[in-house]
Unconditional design. Sequence first.
Length: 268
Amino acid sequence: MRTLSKSDFKLARSCSTKLYYREAHFPERTDDDPMLAMLAEGGYMVEQLGRLMYPEGIALQYGRDALVDWNETATALQREDVTLFEATLLHGRRLARVDILRKTGNRFELIEIKSKSLKSEIEDVEDGAGGKSAVSPFRGSRNPNQILAPWVPYLEDVTFQVDVLQALFPAATIVPYLLLVDTSRKCPWDRAPALFRVRRGVAGAADEPDLEVEFIGDPQLIDPRQMLMLRDVSSEVDLLMPEVRAIAGHLESLYHGDVVIREENPLA
């Protein structure tokens, strides 16, 4: 079954014709881009560090049939408490893979790991009444209802995942997070890249780079919280949800069997 993954959504959210070409297996300009490949390595290293924060986590397989992957995740989620790496969520045709998914009873923490950086300290700004107030680092200080453009793709990514998870578990409480690199701190480990083994040419999911990054250091000597930080993005997800849900629903409607319809007047 053809699925609308979060990568498909990110590509086609501005123009649905891109989805038509992707599903028709047209090459993309980013294919075989050495700079993107290098950035992917760094992103995978940050992901491995993030996993160290949850030693109880269970790594799931993915990249096979989407329904098989979802069934494995669904089985794991029958536990009262569980932490999963690369959980697969499938509702209708919408497919999302979650970096870290923690379930405690009827409460989920959905954690998206990004190699993007952010300072942990939030500077106070004028609140317009002569005082000071803290402002979300993801929003402008003058218009708190507007998310800053550089953060929109990351937060829409999380929103898409939350939408799929909420559809699967409508009665659940879901708290979404971004796990980011904290630029307020210096890396405490010498030769940090040597803590990872990078292998290329590894077969994986169609929308994933063909590489594998493995942490080979001693997890007892590494505290990833010295470099990474969690940010609750619930309010940003709530703000973005109506638009993300509408666009995803429209893109999903373009699938007919294994064919994607090419619109004459695509989303703009």
